[in-house]
Design a protein around this ligand. Structure first.
Ligand SMILES: CC(C)(COP(=O)(O)OP(=O)(O)OC[C@H]1O[C@@H](n2cnc3c(N)ncnc32)[C@H](O)[C@@H]1OP(=O)(O)O)[C@@H](O)C(=O)NCCC(=O)NCCS
Length: 228
């Protein structure tokens, strides 16, 4: 059983802790993970309890006090995740005795054929997601519940894919893309870096970097400024 600390003491930590608890090792029928607690840089949250788990302190404090733990993100900002990943990796390379990892969290109801889906680390897949054939995924992607991802789709890093989205075949999702709840993307499209797709959108054209698209068919709402 691997010790886990969840990063981010918001509502997402509640859902994420529940999903982690439900990850069972099929061979032993025992839980895969043991959640030690939650970490958040907002010191006003230290010692708060979310579901059954205590906010243990800030990231800097936890890096000093703990070892051999896996970190799981429960925050909704690609930039924040990227920043914290860099911080943890830098700490680890300066402190070679420390062993931190970023496990993939895959809920047992998610349908993923190992041979068909390759993934890096730190990916989180919530209940009832379905991944079909020849899918490649990088690191630190989040899939909320009941997403379907079809054939020959490529997904980069730090993407947030919210509940009930449908990605048709041969789609490329670059990095730091944010797809709102209930959206659909038709086949063979590219969603470029840092774009946002509004809730319920139907995307029928490639999406430019930093664009925010809404509606059916999805149209440009505006471009993000300062990456926001
Ligand atoms: C797309 C989105 C990011 C835009 O947010 P915003 O910049 O704050 O947009 P505003 O609320 O100021 O709306 C601007 C315009 O876009 C329209 N709009 C916003 N979101 C829309 C959507 N999802 N679909 C269609 N139109 C939308 C608004 O009606 C408004 O139109 P108007 O100018 O004609 O009145 C946001 O509305 C959204 O859809 N977020 C996704 C939420 C989600 O899926 N959360 C997942 C769970 S956490």
């Amino acid at each position: 059983m691997q010790d886990i600390i969840i990063i981010g003491a918001g509502g997402q930590a509640k859902n994420t802790s529940l999903v982690i608890e439900q990850c069972i090792n099929k061979q032993t029928n025992k839980p895969k993970f043991n959640i030690l607690g939650i970490v958040d840089d907002d010191t006003s949250k230290t010692n708060q309890i979310l579901r059954n788990y205590k906010v243990l302190g800030t990231i800097d404090q936890i890096l000093k006090s703990h070892n051999n733990v896996g970190f799981v993100f429960a925050i909704g900002s690609s930039k924040a995740v990227e920043f914290i990943v860099k911080k943890i990796k830098t700490y680890q390379s300066n402190n070679q005795n420390k062993k931190f990892s970023f496990p993939n969290i895959i809920h047992p109801t998610a349908q993923i054929t190992e041979k068909e889906v390759t993934m890096g680390k730190g990916n989180i897949i919530f209940p009832n997601c379905i991944f079909f054939s020849e899918i490649t995924m990088g690191n630190f992607n989040f899939f909320n519940r009941s997403c379907s991802i079809s054939h020959e789709t490529t997904i980069g890093d730090y993407n947030f894919i919210h509940a009930g989205i449908h990605l048709s075949g041969q789609i490329t999702i670059k990095n730091k893309v944010w797809i709102g709840v209930g959206s659909t993307v038709i086949q063979c499209l590219t969603l470029n870096n840092n774009c946002t797709i509004g809730a319920g959108a139907v995307v029928i054209k490639d999406v430019e970097e930093n664009a925010i698209m809404v509606g059916n068919p999805a149209k440009l709402l505006r471009y993000k400024t300062n990456n926001k």
